[in-house]
Design a protein around this ligand. Structure first.
Ligand code: MG
Length: 312
């Protein structure tokens, strides 16, 4: 079994815990903050800041946290190498950028967007307020996204919960779903802008490039040799920042639709509040309804079931 260890500071540790919320296990070893099991990888984080990744996907999973926080020297080298792949002038190139939203949220779909931003449009997008979407409010996201989709070619794919759960049940990992959707969205944008060719493609990295290409092995992978990957890619090129805003916008709209359907507001994330709302949903509409509103395989389902049994 392959192992991988990284070292993180306390704020990063909190981020990891947040990220792995859907996959947390109840039993944790002594000295650990949490243990999570996600798609062929067990993640154990210790109070010392050491994070251990075990299993076939350990390298892939650890690489998600690659160039953030303090990492061991061996790991630092790996991330340095990854970023060295990026052309020096990448931020001023004409690129297709892609990003996704909803992978860690129990309720709601997974949304993936690809956006083509030619270099002449970069300043225009900046004037709309396109930037790292994490710093933007929902209201801002909606207003900026509406301007972006009027201005530049894009593709938006929504993987609704029924389909997501079906694929997941058939054995497909969330990582593969993401890889397929990114590639599809990029292909759609390329078709839209034909015969123009972008100078490259930049994907907000969610897995090792080799894994991404393997997942898409049976598909056409356009511009493979000009496809770049970077974590925090929204800070590298505005096309990814725009893709992030468009996918977040779609996620917000879908969540609103789902909330209307159930008759109450569905929270984002995968924390305790989500468990409580899911329990309410089970009580009102039965456990099967979760297939239509949630990512069923998340640990939240079990927790919600336990809570629902205690409800009056
Ligand atoms: Mg991303």
């Amino acid at each position: 079994m392959s192992n991988c260890v990284i070292k993180v500071d306390s704020s990063k540790l909190a981020k990891l815990k947040d990220y792995y919320q859907p996959f947390l296990l109840e039993k944790i070893p002594q000295g650990a903050v949490f243990t999570a099991k996600k798609e062929g990888c067990t993640i154990t984080a210790y109070r010392s800041g050491k994070v251990l990744f075990q299993g076939a996907k350990s390298q892939e999973e650890a690489s998600l946290w690659g160039n953030e926080g303090k990492t061991s020297s061996a790991h630092k080298q790996v991330t340095k190498k990854t970023n060295a792949h990026l052309p020096e002038n990448i931020s001023s190139m004409s690129l297709i950028g892609s990003d996704e939203v909803g992978t860690g949220d129990y309720f709601g779909p997974m949304t993936v967007a690809a956006v083509y931003v030619e270099k002449e449009k970069i300043s225009k997008l900046k004037s709309f307020g396109v930037q790292d979407s994490k710093g933007l409010s929902d209201k801002q996201i909606i207003s900026i996204a509406k301007q972006v989709i009027q201005e530049v070619p894009y593709s938006l794919l929504i993987l609704h919960n029924e389909k997501y759960n079906e694929l997941q049940k058939s054995g497909m990992t969330q990582g593969k779903m993401k890889a397929l959707l990114h590639n599809q969205a990029i292909q759609h944008v390329l078709n839209k802008i034909k015969p123009t060719m972008p100078e490259g493609i930049l994907i907000d990295q969610f897995q090792e490039p080799s894994v991404y290409f393997r997942h898409n092995a049976s598909k056409t992978i356009p511009l493979k040799e000009r496809t770049f990957f970077s974590t925090k890619a929204e800070a590298v090129h505005l096309a990814v920042a725009a893709a992030s805003i468009v996918s977040r916008y779609a996620f917000l709209i879908e969540m609103e639709k789902l909330s209307k359907k159930v008759g109450f507001s569905l929270p984002k994330g995968a924390g305790h509040k989500v468990d409580e709302v899911a329990a309410k949903l089970i009580q009102e509409k039965g456990i099967d309804s979760l297939h239509r509103f949630a990512k069923f395989h998340f640990a939240n389902t079990e927790k919600a079931l336990t809570i629902s049994k205690k409800l009056p």
